[in-house]
Design a protein. Structure first.
Length: 123
């Protein structure tokens, strides 16, 4: 029975040291916050799908900050990866919606211009 206790006791501090030494994810925090800010600046709050994604990112960033404060840097790192992905999705959805709106405007303008320059055309 003693044969397994000694190796366990010898490796336990090493396992604890590995998990405790995970560095604070400062770069991931900056990346996630930047992606969230970009999505909001492009107008994510005005599009329902994008608004949900940017809200999720905001919540994950807040949770990651709490995890970092409690010393759980590894879980915070994973949350920040998800937060950045959600914010980037919000950014993409917003850009897509904005592009659709611009396409409709350009199409309407082109039709109006074509009608105006075509002789005998009726609106």
């Amino acid at each position: 029975m003693r044969n397994w206790i000694l190796p366990l006791l010898a490796t336990a501090p090493l396992l604890c040291a590995c998990t405790a030494s995970f560095p604070a994810p400062t770069q991931r925090m900056a990346d996630a916050e930047s992606a969230e800010r970009s999505a909001r600046e492009v107008g994510a709050d005005s599009h329902p799908e994008a608004k949900l994604e940017v809200k999720l990112a905001e919540e994950q960033i807040a949770r990651a900050k709490a995890l970092i404060a409690s010393g759980d840097n590894q879980r915070a790192d994973y949350l920040l990866i998800r937060a950045k992905a959600d914010a980037e999705l919000a950014l993409g959805l917003t850009r897509e919606q904005n592009a659709k709106v611009e396409t409709v405007k350009a199409t309407e303008q082109a039709k109006a211009t074509a009608i105006a320059i075509t002789p005998g055309a009726r609106p």
